[in-house]
Design a protein around this ligand. Structure first.
Ligand code: AMO
Length: 452
């Protein structure tokens, strides 16, 4: 007999089936044993009653054993089942726990035994959760985060493919730092010095000269000693870069369309997972609000008492939070673009603004209180780019490979880099980016704590 996925059991009332999954919870009482079984698609209750030989096996099963269960699908008529049906009628959202049927078990086989450190339902502090990730991730509420993340990446690819972009793989071992700043992990490379890529920046720009519109999904490494709820030392960067733009506004337009698509599709296809986290409708309008940095700073001082922001070269995390609050309450958007950051605060490749002296044609996108994207137009003129490197104290010789692209015909171009963990975190309303990261690398941890 073929395996049935748990989510499909409601349509199989009265039939004999086999499911495979984990014994999620186990309760044996006298002549009966109750289970919740879980597979990737859902949870369901199973009962052993009046079958001594099955009961004998059932009593030896413990939580998280991997099992194969044969049985008959019976309708459930208890209060929980009725409530679940009502809830479904009201919201149209399917519960992960299939409550309108249960399995009358006729046979159980243990495929793998398990020994668990604590119950999956326990409330855990972040360190215990991270220390035990191969186990704690099995909690469907935790794994839902990574289903949502996978959907974001799928939709990112889908939208860009539909818009004539080509995906490419950027190298992660690099000779120089893409952002031209600090924060590179050094790698010993056959007697030479190399580094781990802080971003695919240089390669995506090179590829604009080749394919015009490109995107890439991959790890980026930042050797920064941050310990905050928004920083990781390894994150997944979603990047695109496009040629023949008239200005940074074309990049913002593409990014706006892309994010609206991702948000709309995730809200449509991941209802069950979003419901787990009580996510309210995310406001992603056709046109996200846009403000220049000086405008945003003035607004902050005008709207929020005691805030000092005007004249600062950058926004503080608290400013980003307040600007998002303002955009949600007054502009009907959970997103807001902030443009025109000063030359001193942006990397060497950033296009200098023709209208605002000392500023760049660059932007950040803020979402629910945090910066999720940086982007902008890039310098495409060879001489100007070399000068910009020198102004930042960088040696153009070290970038000679990259600079070939600017000698061999590169159109005006721009793009963005988006941190997928921050986007996932903010969609689900998680309080720490590490909760939206599979196996986070942080200052004190590579899987387990360092220097125990
Ligand atoms: P930037 O350095 O601003 O820009 O990074 C872009 C986005 O990547 C994510 N991100 C991080 N997420 C978690 N932990 C970190 N330490 C971390 N650092 C960055 C954020 C951030 O907004 N090359 C440019 C992008 C471009 O202009 O195309 C860049 O990397 O979500």
């Amino acid at each position: 007999m073929k395996r049935t996925m748990i989510k499909n059991l409601s349509q199989m009332k009265g039939e004999e089936i086999i499911i495979k999954g984990w014994a999620d919870t186990v309760r044996a009482q006298g002549k009966m044993a109750f289970f919740d079984f879980r597979d990737v698609s859902g949870k369901v209750q199973g009962v052993v009653f009046g079958k001594p030989e099955v009961l004998e096996v059932a009593k030896k099963i413990s939580a998280e054993d991997v099992v194969e269960v044969k049985g008959v699908v019976n309708e459930r008529n208890d209060k929980t089942a009725k409530e679940a049906i009502e809830e479904f009628k009201k919201t149209g959202v399917k519960d992960f726990f299939v409550k309108d049927v249960e399995i009358e078990i006729t046979e159980i086989k243990v495929l793998a035994k398990s020994e668990i450190p604590f119950s999956l339902d326990e409330d855990l502090n972040l360190d215990v959760y991270l220390d035990n990730m191969p186990f704690t991730l099995k909690n469907p509420k935790q794994s839902a985060v990574f289903k949502v993340q996978a959907k974001i990446i799928q939709k990112f690819r889908e939208y860009l493919n539909q818009n004539d972009f080509t995906e490419f793989m950027a190298p992660k071992i690099v000779g120089d730092d893409a952002e031209g700043g600090a924060g590179v992990y050094e790698v010993e490379y056959f007697g030479n010095k190399a580094g781990l890529a802080t971003s695919p920046q240089l390669y995506k720009q090179i590829m604009v000269g080749v394919l015009e519109r490109v995107f890439t999904v991959g790890q980026a490494f930042r050797a920064e000693k941050h310990s905050t709820s928004r920083h990781l030392n390894e994150y997944t960067s979603l990047d695109f870069e496009m040629g023949f733009i008239d200005s940074y506004k074309d990049v913002m337009k593409m990014h706006n369309g892309l994010l609206k698509y991702i948000i709309d599709e995730v809200q449509k296809e991941m209802q069950t997972e979003l419901e787990e986290y009580g996510v309210e409708k995310i406001l992603a309008p056709e046109e996200f609000p846009v403000m220049s940095l000086p405008e945003a700073q003035e607004l902050l001082e005008r709207e929020f008492e005691g805030v000092k922001a005007v004249g600062e070269p950058d926004l503080e995390p608290e400013h980003e939070r307040l600007l998002c609050q303002y955009a949600k309450e007054n502009l009907g958007s959970d997103f807001i673009f902030i443009t025109h950051y000063p030359v001193s605060k942006r990397p060497f490749y950033t296009f200098k603004s023709k209208d605002m002296d000392g500023m760049t044609d660059s932007f950040d996108l803020l979402f629910k209180g945090v910066e999720i994207t940086s982007g902008g137009q890039r310098i495409h003129d060879y001489d100007e780019l070399v000068q910009s490197m020198k102004d930042k104290g960088l040696d153009p010789e070290k970038f000679s490979f990259y600079l070939q692209a600017f000698k061999t015909g590169i159109p005006p171009h721009g793009g963005i880099g988006l941190g997928v963990e921050r986007l996932t975190q903010k969609i689900l309303g998680l309080d720490n980016v590490k909760k939206a990261t599979l196996f986070p690398r942080e200052i004190n941890r590579i899987d387990t704590l360092l220097n125990k």
